[in-house]
Design a protein around this ligand. Sequence first.
Ligand code: CA
Ligand code: CA
Length: 175
Amino acid sequence: MRLFKLSNEIAGFTLAEILVAVVVITVALVPLITVLGQGVKRGKDPQKITVANMLAQDLMEEIMCKKFDEDPTSPDTTSRLGPDGLETRAGNPTNRNYDDVDDFDGFNESPPREVDNTIMTEYTGFRRRVIVDYVSETNLDLVSTSITRFKRVTVTVSWENDTQSVVLRAIKGNY
Ligand SMILES: [Ca+2]
Ligand SMILES: [Ca+2]
């Protein structure tokens, strides 16, 4: 008898819980559906955004592995942004590969290529661009025209004739 009463209480409590949960879920779903609807209207393709993010991440990881600057002194005294000498990303028999992060400043390729210059045939509709800036040591969002100990790497991957894009940023410090 006691058991029956207990189970009744549990059942009643559960039903109330379910009703509250349904109301909460309904309220929560309305803004979510609105957001998804806007995404579809703008023509954003979630699958392409995922691919673009992957392409951006791939290039960013390659860049961040490089040293801070061509000039090994700290802080740099002769730094300039861009490739040094005849460096290229893939290198060649007579010249070196990109070896510091700012060698990628001005990088612009479509279709995307592997490090060895092989075209990524499955991603031909995408473009990858890179900008490298010095940023203020007290405010990493502020681009600096003078040499600092921090470089900001901005990788932009675009598609559909550059009308769609994702941007990835990272900071490389000179420690
Ligand atoms: Ca270099
Ligand atoms: Ca350089």
